[in-house]
Write a protein that binds this ligand. Structure first.
Ligand code: FE2
Length: 375
């Protein structure tokens, strides 16, 4: 692994766009009715709202799923000539929009365009009986967009024209708290371009605590830089493939996704041991960790609160930085294409992204890649 961070020039001090938080993540899927069932039954998201033909939305069906501060929307086109149909033919199920809540959507949109972003949706007012919101959107890597959502004093369940759904009796929440980070995979030598994009357009800075200096060379066929907003609530690692002994996992993603896209969404958990136990019982599949990983665990990370046998049993990884430690685990891809997956993370002080686990993680991903005949 090259020491990439030192090859970057210092990022510019750019006045940050006034972004409050990640409002929601929207996925385009081939069948939103079935995808929403998966997120409810397997991941414990509650269905809270719907917009589709039955509620006067002609061309798409969208289900709003919520757990604590994590809101996902799964959307499927119901007509072949809708742009989402083309998007899905190209990428398969995946993330279309990482939407931000902002104070002033018009201002963010104009400012972003002035700073070189490509506009996807002009500021538009959406209104229903619960109030109004203003929405605009710009493009980022691949065919992913960032919406700017200004809620004013909107009092509805989600956004106009979504309608609330009956209380979800199926979903059993598993302890997700909020989105910790969203990772983008970009093509060969595009990482710096997108790091510069988030710096120039949003005023994001390189996240200092992440360093990739001492990742083992044998399995590290990727480079990664994390950009974050001022208060570090929004963290976007950007990965690019690198020449390695074997085909980079990022290259495999780019192949199946037909270009750059969101590789994983990391969800912070209240108690990762409980969460993973529940998810496994619900049939969620995780990457396996070699059992030898746990033999050296305490020597590597020191004393931890969790019982190592439980971590071993559940395949949960642990890493430490100078501020504390963190626990993490990765699901297998959640659709047939080996593209989008989820990470579960519990931070106990640590601000890092588990670089001590990269080797174990890469080995696990490579085993899956080999099964697909792509290594
Ligand atoms: Fe991650």
């Amino acid at each position: 692994m090259q020491v990439y961070s030192e090859q970057l020039s210092e990022l510019e001090r750019v006045e940050p766009l006034p972004i409050r938080r990640i409002h929601h993540v929207e996925l385009y899927v081939g069948n939103a009715k079935q995808a929403s069932y998966f997120y409810r039954r397997a991941f414990g998201f509650e269905l809270i709202g719907f917009a589709g033909p039955e509620t006067g939305v002609r061309e798409t069906a969208s289900y709003v799923l919520r757990q604590n501060k994590v809101t996902l929307v799964v959307t499927a086109p119901v007509f072949s000539d809708h742009p989402a149909t083309e998007w899905l033919a190209k990428h398969g199920d995946g993330v279309r929009d990482v939407a931000f809540e902002v104070e002033d959507a018009e201002f963010c949109y104009r400012k972003a365009l002035e700073r070189g972003a490509r506009g996807v949706k002009e500021p538009t007012v959406l209104e229903d009986e619960h109030g109004k919101v203003i929405i605009a959107a710009i493009a980022t890597y691949g065919d992913v967009i960032h919406s700017f959502i200004q809620r004013e004093s909107y009092a509805g369940i989600f956004l106009p024209p979504y309608k609330p759904t009956p209380k979800d009796e199926l979903a059993q929440p598993v302890g997700f708290k909020h989105i910790d980070h969203v990772v983008g995979n970009v093509g060969w030598n595009q990482m710096n371009e997108f790091v510069a994009f988030y710096n120039r357009v949003f005023g994001f800075q390189r996240f200092v605590s992440f360093d990739d200096k001492d990742i083992s060379t044998e399995y590290s066929a990727l480079r990664s830089t994390v950009v974050a907003n001022e208060n570090k609530w929004i963290k976007f690692p950007i990965n690019e493939p690198a020449e390695g002994r074997r085909r980079s996992q990022i290259e495999e993603f780019i192949l199946y996704n037909n270009g750059p896209g969101v590789q994983h969404i990391a969800l912070e958990c209240e108690n990762i041991v409980h969460t993973v136990r529940q998810l496994k019982a619900n049939g969620v599949e995780f990457l396996a960790t070699p059992t030898t990983y746990y033999d050296m665990l305490e020597a590597r990370v020191g004393k931890i609160d969790e019982d190592v046998d439980s971590l071993r049993e559940l395949n949960i990884l642990v890493d430490r930085d100078d501020k504390g430690y963190m626990l993490q685990i990765f699901t297998k891809p959640v659709q047939d294409r080996p593209t989008l997956f989820y990470e579960l993370i519990q931070r106990k002080g640590a601000e890092s992204f588990g670089k001590g686990n990269f080797k174990a993680l890469f080995e696990a991903i490579e085993r899956e890649q080999a099964l697909r005949g792509n290594l």
